[in-house]
Design a protein. Structure first.
Length: 165
């Protein structure tokens, strides 16, 4: 008769526990006829500990999950030539955006929820001023989303990796 073993390893580090299950190596058992190797892998459960050291959330990383939903507006020629929050000169034809809290230089995929069109933009400025909107897009980005005429569109924001150079 083959015995299966369950290994429970508890790692104590900082306080609160989190568990993770993963396959372990095959187990060897001794029988009256000699040593045999079990064909079913044993499972190891690791309980690791961690505590939150600060209430400040870490900046989000590249992910395909929706980061934020709301309405987008756009700005264009009136601000052309002005410096953005990261020091670049604003060019309305480039695919850029203004966001209140995301780190400058973050890349986003902005998808219109009413028609499915999307554009990738780089956050290089702060805004929008109005709290009715979650993002201000350059006119170039707004054009790709088809929102120039309306001025406003419902959107989802996803953080994405920077494009390869």
């Amino acid at each position: 008769m083959m015995k299966q073993t369950l290994l429970l390893l508890i790692v104590t580090a900082c306080g609160a526990a989190a568990t993770e299950s993963r396959p372990a190596a095959e187990t060897k058992t001794e029988t009256s006829a000699g040593t045999s190797t079990a064909t079913a892998p044993a499972t190891a459960t690791v309980a690791a500990t961690a505590t939150a050291t600060a209430a400040v959330p870490l900046p989000p990383r590249a992910t395909s999950a929706v980061y934020q939903r709301g309405y987008a507006s756009w700005y264009g020629a009136v601000l052309a030539g002005n410096h953005t929050a990261n020091g670049e000169i604003f060019d309305p034809s480039k695919l850029t955006a203004a966001h209140r809290t995301l780190k400058l230089g973050t890349w986003l995929e902005v998808r219109r929820t009413d028609n499915g069109r999307y554009v990738r933009v780089k956050v290089n400025d702060r805004g929008p001023v109005s709290h009715r909107f979650v993002i201000d897009l350059s006119s170039g980005a707004a054009r790709q989303l088809g929102m120039l005429r309306m001025g406003v569109a419902p959107v989802e924001l996803r953080i994405v990796p920077a494009p390869q150079k």
